[in-house]
Ligand binder design. Structure first.
Ligand code: F6R
Length: 369
């Protein structure tokens, strides 16, 4: 049932273009408008929302972090993303105008469930983004937007993550659509671009052999660091999480701007650093800053592995290894930038002789707090 692949994880990575397409299917009408009929929260309520709070764990939390950038930029609604396990213990401020989004592949994660129960008790509306039909989290929510990744068997989440991103973007754009925010005019164009996401993922998957080779060459290392800015920061965290859980290596993700506030002390000769470079389109300041970060770490001996948009010539002189991803709008780049990091972690785990689908100490669904 692994469809000719050695591991479920490899199969699930390869299924991502379809998972992304299936999650978009039927949600964009011919006129390019979003139709999220399942979201049974009335538009009148969504128009009144004055705060969005996203709760999730692990990989789903990283999807939620990326959603925050999209929601605030496209809708101008204040949005915070919080680890479900921390959320209810700090007595968060919630009321009937708060939209809580609970993101979960399994729909059974106890921390996320407890967070949404707490939110509903305070009168907030809860929308679940979930991959498992009829699971507890959607059953206990006001509404659910299902991701259509299909069953995910490997413990490390891959295709579910990309579809969580798609669902988050859909919700963000839908909020923009019903509220007619100042980004309203842009929404149509963004929806059109989002509908190309499956092709982008297919494209990046076709270029992964050098990433595998690179991973095999790093199998005896102890540490890999990941840097990103803007939506590249959660991508860096996700790359580090994949490497920890699969390769059992010390891996950390940092916001590139934080380097000089501490982490740069970790840079020494030969340490591999993966840098996620934001697409240069419309974000030149962000892009320039990360290019100087790459220069800084390289001057201190780091082995730079640079994930950048195809044709981004500015990074070439500083990249020991260049991983090119297709051109996308900045906010959508995580859909492609995450893929090489999944492949990298999977190949490193294989090279280190680890059990790829069943990493030690981990369970697919965490039903205890
Ligand atoms: C990482 C991973 C976990 C899950 C987390 C939340 O690869 O799989 O970090 O993302 O346990 O699980 P769900 O999404 O089922 O709530």
């Amino acid at each position: 049932e692994k469809g000719g692949y050695d591991y479920f994880m490899l199969k699930e990575i390869a299924e991502q273009p379809k998972a992304v397409a299936d999650t978009l299917l039927g949600r964009i009408d011919r006129a390019g408008e979003l139709t999220l009929d399942e979201v049974r929260i009335p538009d009148s309520v969504l128009r009144e929302v004055d705060k969005v709070v996203i709760v999730a764990c692990g990989t789903a939390y990283h999807a939620g972090m990326i959603a925050k950038y999209a929601i605030e930029h496209w809708t101008r609604i204040p949005c915070e993303t919080e680890l479900a396990s921390e959320f209810r213990y700090r007595d968060p401020i919630l009321d009937s105008r708060t939209l809580v989004i609970a993101v979960s592949q399994s729909g059974e994660t106890m921390d996320t469930l407890m967070a949404l129960r707490h939110a509903r008790e305070q009168g907030a509306r809860v929308l679940a983004i979930c991959n498992t039909n009829g699971s507890t989290i959607p059953r206990e929510s006001d509404a659910v937007l299902y991701t259509h990744a299909g069953p995910e068997v490997a413990v490390a989440s891959t295709k579910a993550f990309l579809t969580q991103l798609v669902a988050c973007y859909l919700v963000a754009l839908y909020l923009g659509q019903v509220r007619g925010t100042k980004w309203g005019d842009e929404i149509g164009e963004l929806v059109r671009e989002l509908s190309e996401a499956s092709a982008w993922v297919e494209d990046v998957l076709g270029t992964m052999e050098p990433v595998r080779e690179l991973a095999r060459g790093l199998a005896d290392r102890n540490t890999v660091l990941f840097l990103g800015r803007h939506v590249g920061f959660p991508v860096a965290l996700e790359g580090a999480l994949k490497l920890k859980e699969l390769a059992y290596m010390h891996a950390e993700g940092f916001a590139a701007g934080e380097l000089k506030h501490g982490p740069i002390a970790l840079i020494e000769e030969g340490v591999p650093v993966v840098v996620v470079v934001p697409s240069p389109r419309g974000r030149s300041v962000l892009h320039d800053k990360i290019v100087s970060n790459i220069q800084e770490i390289r001057a201190r001996g780091a082995l730079t592995i640079v994930v950048a948009e195809r044709g981004d010539t500015a990074v070439v002189p500083y990249a020991d290894h260049l991983v090119e991803v297709p051109e996308t709008p900045t906010l959508l780049q995580p859909l492609v930038a995450t893929v090489p990091l999944q492949v990298f972690a999977c190949e490193l785990a294989t090279a280190r002789g680890n059990e790829v689908d069943q990493p030690r100490n981990l369970a697919k669904s965490v039903t205890v707090e």
